[in-house]
Ligand binder design. Structure first.
Ligand SMILES: [Zn+2]
Length: 157
């Protein structure tokens, strides 16, 4: 094998290796119960001009027992792995669709949009954002009738 062929082969091998690394995100785990909520999140973002197609593979989703009783969901950042949304199993068993969507969207707000908490209230005491830190600081008004307004706020900040 001459030098040029050797270099060419090395290059091809390196290229293949780097491609494999990129496709590692295919192994990104999302609990099948959470998948429709993740999909809706990306879709609602797209409707508002926010493209999350690339972020979709960067966040995994788990339903687990969260030991801290006051916590129903978490977005866990990890430098070496996809960020992780974790939803408490008991919450998931007992909550209705709207509550589930609220919580998954809140955690994805942290994990996919990089948003932090905002506890601002309107004049009636309702939270202006689904990114509020707890229901102690304002009244969570998220419902089917207020959903569109909350999602406008979520994806525009
Ligand atoms: Zn939060």
């Amino acid at each position: 094998m001459n030098m040029r062929m050797y270099l060419a082969l090395t290059f091809v091998l390196l290229w293949m290796t780097s491609c494999e690394k990129e496709t590692a995100s295919d192994e990104n785990y999302i609990d099948s119960d959470l998948t429709p909520y993740f999909e809706n999140f990306v879709e609602e973002a797209a409707k508002r001009g926010v493209d999350l197609e690339l972020m979709r593979d960067m966040v995994s989703g788990y339903i687990e027992d969260i030991d801290d009783g006051s916590v129903s969901g978490q977005c866990r950042h990890d430098a070496d792995a996809p960020d992780k949304v974790i939803i408490d199993r008991t919450f998931w068993r007992t909550a209705g669709t709207s509550r589930k969507e609220f919580l998954v969207f809140h955690e994805l707000g942290h994990c996919m949009l990089g948003r932090s908490h905002i506890d601002t209230r309107d004049s009636n005491g309702f939270c202006v954002s689904i990114m509020h830190s707890s229901s102690d600081v304002c009244t969570n008004g998220y419902s089917y009738s207020t959903r569109a307004e909350y999602l406008d706020e979520l994806f525009s900040n």
